[in-house]
Write a protein that binds this ligand. Structure first.
Ligand SMILES: Cc1cc2nc3c(=O)[nH]c(=O)nc-3n(C[C@H](O)[C@H](O)[C@H](O)COP(=O)(O)O)c2cc1C
Ligand SMILES: [Mn+2]
Length: 469
């Protein structure tokens, strides 16, 4: 029976040298974010903090899913196969399984009503100008009041007081469900879940059909149904092996000031207003590990998670392009704030790369606004090679195309807000760069665009020549 908690994954990361354990005291309100950000961006490692100032009994982790290597450990998939295998597994859903409260570590400690105090959680002060301490890893389990179908999505929460947080919903599925409750004059029941098997976080960050329960997507990734326990105060269920749950409701008629907050593009979402989550019950493990997701300037788990979802969904979307593509790779680069796609393909006929680029920019995710097509000799995951293609193989007046006034990602600050709408509705310019070699059909033409690589590049083994260490 696979462990569905965070814990086996953390042990695997540590054993593979992918995680650094910090036993000295750190302060979630002052220095934890800088430490975990540098630990990943300078050393490529995840962080586990075992001594948190003001939060005895808690531990925290961060940057555990910021790159493909960590995702491949988390999902038990070879790095090279990750897009194929995720797509293969999630093609069908695996239903959840109910377990009794006695089998649910996440309910070992329960606080209800006045006893709830969110300040106990080691929430992080993340970016320099954030409006407060945030929880950013919460997976909101909700239910569509019309169909009964569950939805799971991640929502940032600014801590407001002992019992309330902000709750930001950009116009996607959770917002649509919230609007249905509001139309009935009701608050929306929610269970926020923190810390679990990486498959849960993948599902929560993944955009799939409105009629699909992301917990069944997670189950498909794990290979068995997610074990769920009934909540104590709302008519919902949560993964029994999670670390922490906040049960409550998103209020129907309240908006409060919220933000600013360092967001997924790497810039700030400006201070605005948000809905409010009122917490009626907090359940947790006896020795909880808080998942302190870093949301802000790349690279963080936020981009690392969303990028993998964009890649899988875009690949699927590209399958429908006329004639079929010889598609070799799709990359959504976290370093580019997730707004750029690289499509690697073997164009078979003239014009096919540009057709593929149009499709890449009209997939299920709004985030990508720029797409670059590269040839089979380019590593789409290496931005240096992508940039090289963009200079040597691009004749801009022919190969660069802009499509103005298209709907773009809610947090893309450079794209203007639609007049009269809230800041989440923006019109921007999608742009495509065809960096594939011209003249697919003419071998002699292509010779001018080949990479001038070192002689005997393939056969030379550097290790044979390096001086002994
Ligand atoms: C760390 C992290 C934080 C996120 N914060 C928010 C948020 O505050 N509001 C929001 O609407 N989406 C947020 N998202 C994105 C949604 O979780 C994601 O788009 C999800 O697929 C939406 O689910 P849905 O398609 O069921 O609506 C966040 C994602 C991650 C990984
Ligand atoms: Mn959904």
């Amino acid at each position: 029976m696979p462990d569905q908690s965070l814990r086996t994954f953390l042990a695997n990361l540590e054993q593979r040298g992918e995680l650094i354990r910090f036993s000295g005291e750190v302060d979630p309100a002052a220095n934890m974010a800088a430490i975990e950000w540098k630990t990943f961006n300078e050393l490529g490692k995840a962080s586990l903090f075992t001594s948190l100032k003001g939060h005895g009994g808690w531990r925290a982790v961060s940057q555990i899913l910021a790159d493909r290597r960590k995702w491949s450990i988390g999902l038990g998939i070879d790095e090279e196969d990750i897009l194929d295998e995720v797509a293969r597994r999630i093609a069908r859903g695996v239903p959840t399984v109910d377990v009794p409260a006695g089998d649910a570590p996440v309910q070992e400690v329960v606080a209800e009503g006045e006893a709830v105090n969110i300040h106990e959680i080691p929430s992080m002060m993340t970016s320099e100008h954030d409006g407060g301490r945030y929880l950013a890893s919460g997976m909101a389990v909700i239910r569509d009041p019309d169909t009964g179908v569950r939805n799971v999505s991640v929502h940032r929460q600014m801590i407001l007081n002992e019992r309330e947080t902000g709750f930001i919903m950009v116009p996607r599925q959770a917002r649509r469900i919230y609007d249905k409750y509001v139309a009935r004059g009701l608050n929306m029941p929610v269970a926020m879940v923190y810390g679990g098997h990486p498959a849960l976080f993948y599902g929560a960050g993944f955009t799939t059909g409105f009629d699909r329960d992301e917990l069944e997507v997670a189950g498909a990734l794990i290979g068995e149904g997610v074990r769920m326990v009934k909540c104590r105060t709302v008519d919902l269920e949560v993964p029994a092996e999670a670390e922490l749950v906040l049960e409550g409701e998103v209020l129907r008629d309240v908006e409060v000031p919220e933000g600013p907050f360092g967001e997924i593009p790497g810039t700030y979402a400006e201070a605005t207003t948000s809905q409010v989550l009122r917490v009626n019950c907090m359940t947790r493990r006896r020795d909880p590990i808080f998942y302190a997701v870093h949301c802000g300037y790349p690279t963080t788990d936020t981009q690392g998670t969303m990028a993998l979802g964009v890649e899988v969904a875009t690949r699927d979307h590209l399958r429908n392009v006329e004639g079929g593509l010889d598609l070799l790779d799709v990359r959504c680069h976290p370093a580019a704030g997730m707004m750029m796609l690289v499509v690697k393909l073997r164009p078979r006929v003239e014009g096919q790369a540009k057709t593929a680029l149009m499709a890449a920019l009209s997939g299920p995710y709004l985030h990508p606004k720029m797409a670059v097509a590269v040839d089979e000799d380019i590593d789409a995951g290496d931005l240096r090679q992508v940039m090289w293609s963009m200079t040597t193989r691009v004749h801009a007046e022919r190969d660069m195309i802009m499509i103005p006034n298209t709907r773009v990602f809610a947090l893309d600050n450079v794209s203007p807000v639609v007049p009269g709408q809230n800041s989440f509705h923006r019109l921007g310019t999608k742009w495509m760069v065809d960096a594939t070699m011209p003249a697919v059909t003419q071998a002699e033409e292509r010779a001018r665009f080949m990479r001038a690589i070192p002689r005997n590049f393939e056969s030379v083994d550097l290790d044979e020549f390096l001086p002994d260490a």
